[in-house]
Design a binder for this molecule. Structure first.
Ligand code: ZN
Length: 658
């Protein structure tokens, strides 16, 4: 445990709330303490209201905020006096509790207060910190976890048996804490859930959290249950797995009823865990802490029998739903984690970001499970407790509120020539519609085109079959499969009449504009066939196909041949449900080829001002990369579900074509 407190940084914080923000961020920076919205913190501050009353206000982490990036606006101010009265009630349903919290805030625009707000209120200390520390969970989640916790901490903590978070937990703590706290008590351990620390200052509470978690780590180390081997990522080229991965993703997506992005994690630790002889026992116990189940489901799938997993999930729902206070709606029955001896740990979500969060949660869960196993045996909560959190009122309400996902949510697209012009615009149009995008380009700048989880830029020469295969392998490991392919990469050499056209120059154009696309189509076919909502290909052709121009023999011939290749693909792949359509753009000037000088020269050649030259078409409009990209994205959407083999111009209307 590293104590990240920095006196200089702390001095820059003005006021009690600013220090609360500061140490909350310190906790958030350590992933072994909190992950993705887990954990919460608070501070009690006396304030004078507008009408002159002095009142104690609990500033507690608001929902939707992660501790790592929290700001003052992320804390919800709730009146302490009311919270202490609520804590004395015998019963309070979750929706009632949420209502009471929301109606007793002093700032209407604040986020909804944490569900653990009342628990923060009843602890008689100014600053309260709460984490789901891995080390503490590795100790609590064992058969004799409570005895071990008492052995580690003695009077330093009050131990609370597992109770579902919310009002019931607050009530139990309100009764147990005052009865069991001693002079030297620094915190509270919640079995199978996490740990609290508290203090008179932000620093004291933070220091105590680090101290208490360190004690758990030391205990694990003393019992040879701390050190685990490091994580090294296996090489992309070690073994082709793309078709298997895409098949698994297709089956899981079908069980879910919607497409999911799947990340394949083949680091040493994940592979070793997936290959453990006892993985079928260890991984099926349940999550490290119940709130993980909302994202990870209660247990991972072992191997690839999605049907059996879905059946087990439906049975689990049937077993526990009748006992719930209100009728429950079953979530989809598909797993969010698959453990496989070859693929390692596969994590799934409706977006690349969601799949990455699942991976983070389970990576820490594997640590907790392995350490608890070394300590004598991992032991999760009974499935009923997990069900209660997974199907919590508050979670089900969020579900009802969440709107329709974007059209390509959970889908994966690949774009060639992605670093500039039409390709770059296609990447943006697809990302904007919720797809995860693999961008290929010979320009290494593609790697850093977008720094976000749903984009993978790969520097790739598409004329090299090896490079294409390596890129596909990497792309499928990142996102799990391929639903859409935009063939855009191409070159347009300067005007050369046939009488002067050298064979090498001709072959060079054919290699990029034609041969490379054969390789891409051939290698992608098996993957597109496995697309959960059927595959789609959009080929960026050219006006030169229906209306060639003098001096562009190689370009026009290559695009015409590509057009014919696409038409044959449309015929051959129809039985697989794959749609192949062609766009014929013309005069798209916001691309790398068209520098200001080239544009001015061409306009002068036609005796037109540059602006008129740009709009020299039937509709008298300028056609941009964005226009082409939006049409390419639309062609992948359900709008074109019944269209294949089509050739659509996007050129403002060309007299020679019409
Ligand atoms: Zn918690």
């Amino acid at each position: 445990m590293q104590n990240l407190w920095d006196e200089q940084e702390a001095c820059a914080c003005e006021g009690e709330l600013a220090l609360r923000v500061y140490t909350s961020r310190l906790l958030g920076r350590n992933q072994s303490l909190v992950l993705h919205g887990g954990g919460n913190t608070s501070v009690k501050i006396r304030e004078r209201s507008l009408v002159g009353d002095d009142e104690d206000i609990l500033y507690v982490k608001g929902s939707g905020w992660n501790l790592e990036f929290i700001e003052e606006a992320g804390f919800s101010p709730v009146r302490m006096a009311h919270l202490l009265k609520l804590a004395k009630l015998d019963v309070l349903s979750d929706p009632q509790m949420v209502n009471e919290l929301l109606t007793h805030m002093t700032r209407a625009s604040a986020p909804a207060p944490s569900v653990e707000t009342i628990l923060h209120a009843i602890l008689p200390h100014k600053y309260v910190d709460h984490t789901h520390a891995d080390a503490v969970l590795a100790v609590t989640n064992t058969a004799n976890g409570e005895a071990r916790i008492r052995e580690i901490y003695g009077d330093k903590v009050v131990v609370i048996p597992y109770v579902m978070p919310g009002f019931d937990l607050a009530r139990v703590c309100a009764a147990k804490f005052p009865a069991e706290a001693r002079a030297g008590t620094l915190g509270m351990v919640l079995m199978n859930h996490g740990i609290f620390s508290f203090g008179a200052t932000a620093r004291e509470s933070y220091d105590r959290m680090i101290e208490l978690v360190q004690m758990a780590e030391d205990y694990l180390a003393r019992h040879n249950a701390w050190a685990l081997p490091g994580r090294r990522q296996a090489a992309i080229t070690d073994k082709p797995l793309r078709t298997r991965a895409a098949g698994l993703r297709r089956n899981i997506s079908r069980a879910a009823g919607f497409p999911l992005v799947m990340q394949v994690h083949r680091d040493d630790r994940s592979l070793a865990f997936a290959k453990r002889e006892d993985v079928g026992v260890l991984s099926q116990q349940g999550p490290a802490t119940p709130d993980h189940a909302i994202r990870t489901k209660r247990i991972p799938m072992i191997g690839g029998d999605v049907h059996a997993y879905a059946k087990t999930y439906a049975d689990y729902f049937e077993r526990h739903a009748p006992a719930a206070k209100e009728p429950r709606t079953m979530l989809d029955a598909a797993p969010r984690i698959a453990l496989d001896a070859d693929l390692g740990m596969c994590t799934l979500g409706r977006s690349a970001k969601d799949a990455a969060i699942v991976a983070d949660l389970y990576t820490h869960t594997m640590d907790v499970i392995e350490r608890a196993t070394l300590l004598g045996g991992y032991c999760a909560l009974p499935e009923k407790d997990i069900f209660d959190v997974e199907y919590w009122d508050l979670e089900q309400a969020k579900l009802r509120k969440s709107g329709k996902p974007p059209v390509f949510s959970g889908e994966v697209a690949m774009v060639t020539g992605a670093a500039s012009g039409i390709g770059k615009a296609c990447v943006e149009s697809l990302l904007a519609r919720g797809a995860a995008v693999i961008g290929l380009d010979i320009n290494p700048a593609v790697a850093t085109l977008h720094r976000r989880e749903d984009f993978l830029g790969i520097c790739c020469d598409v004329t090299s079959e090896d490079s294409v295969i390596t890129a596909l392998e990497a792309g499928i490991r990142a996102f799990g499969g391929l639903d859409m392919l935009i063939l855009n990469a191409g070159i347009f050499p300067g005007g050369t009449p046939i009488a002067a056209l050298q064979t090498n120059a001709w072959r060079n154009v054919m290699q990029v504009n034609l041969d490379a696309n054969l390789t891409l189509m051939r290698e992608c076919h098996a993957l597109l066939k496995l697309a959960p909502r059927t595959g789609r290909v959009v080929v960026i052709g050219s006006k030169n196909v229906p209306a060639p121009g003098p001096g562009a023999a190689a370009y026009s011939a290559s695009k015409a041949a590509l057009n014919q290749l696409a038409r044959v693909a449309a015929l051959e792949w129809g039985a697989d449900g794959i749609r192949v359509n062609v766009l014929h753009p013309n005069a798209v000037f916001d691309t790398g080829i068209w520098t200001d000088d080239v544009l001015a020269a061409r306009a002068a050649h036609y005796g037109l001002p540059v602006d008129d030259y740009k709009k020299n078409n039937v509709l008298n409009v300028e056609v941009t990369s964005h226009d082409v990209a939006e049409l390419a994205a639309a062609m992948c959407s359900p709008l074109f579900a019944k269209t294949t083999g089509a050739q659509v111009p996007v050129d403002g209307g060309n007299e020679r074509v019409i």
